[in-house]
Design a protein around this ligand. Sequence first.
Ligand code: SF4
Length: 325
Amino acid sequence: MDNWPKPLVLLSKCIEFDHCRYDGSMISSDFVKKIKPFVDFQLVCPEVEIGLGIPRKSLRLIRKDKKKRLVQPATDKDVTSEMMNFAESFLSKRLRIHGAILKSKSPSCGIKDVKLYAANKNAAPVKRTSGLFGEILLHSLPCVVESEGRLRNKFIQEHFLASIFTFARFERVKKKSSIAQLVLFHAENKFLFMAYNQELLRNMGRIAANQGDQSIETVLKEYETYLYAVFKKPPSHSSTINVLLHIFGFVSDNLSKSEKSFFMKLVDKYKHEKIPLTVLSNVLKSWVVRFGEPYLSTQTFFNPFPEDLLEEDLSMIADQQRYWE
Ligand code: SF4
């Protein structure tokens, strides 16, 4: 599939874009570098937005009266209200975001690995939690929110990319405002959604069929709610393997014994997280194309995001094949 839409990704500005961290530094991220040409970024540095300069004394999260507070220990400032007000007003104007990448461990941007202290000075952390801006984001946006730290993992990358590009493609369906386009979108995504959640896939098929003859606006709105729910959790390995084996069933009669065995070895490697899904799905797609299965070849399961984002993974296929030889 060519002509990919550009998803809109909310990004902590200190990742690859600005030296806005408390000490004037910037964070490097290979993943952000890789996706830069393929997405539009909406940049934000919440601490600078609430008026803290660069450089600045560092912030920390503390627990006070059973509530989370964002404080600056060196100055005894409490910036909780400022941060909450900023987060709410910022997010109320940006509902079209398809995914978010936030700086891990930050008391403002972090999403789950932030230290929560018992006091603003001389106290040990009592647990890990989400930062103040990150927490409001997690509760306000329906899309996938990830940290740059977790996005070093190939499996998390695949899930993130699949979700943001599917949401961006759905925007096009909404613009066309046609049931026929929605039915086509649903058909092309069938195996991708099946890997994520079979029950939601069935519900979405029912909505797209529109047997109740509802208005297109109502149908698209209901479908979109389910679409975002599908990507709330990454697919399990077992459900993805079921889809792979299901598709494999369409082509396996045409394969040699050694090709079948090669494929099953790759499945086993994927099961044990030794290779990402794209390695396996590309091998399968090459057979789908070779044996001319038009219904299967248009499935987004094979390329839920642009192929150029797969470069490294494709070199892994070559490695796997050399290993087999
Ligand atoms: S983590 Fe968030 S608040 Fe901190 S510098 Fe980066 S963008 Fe700004």
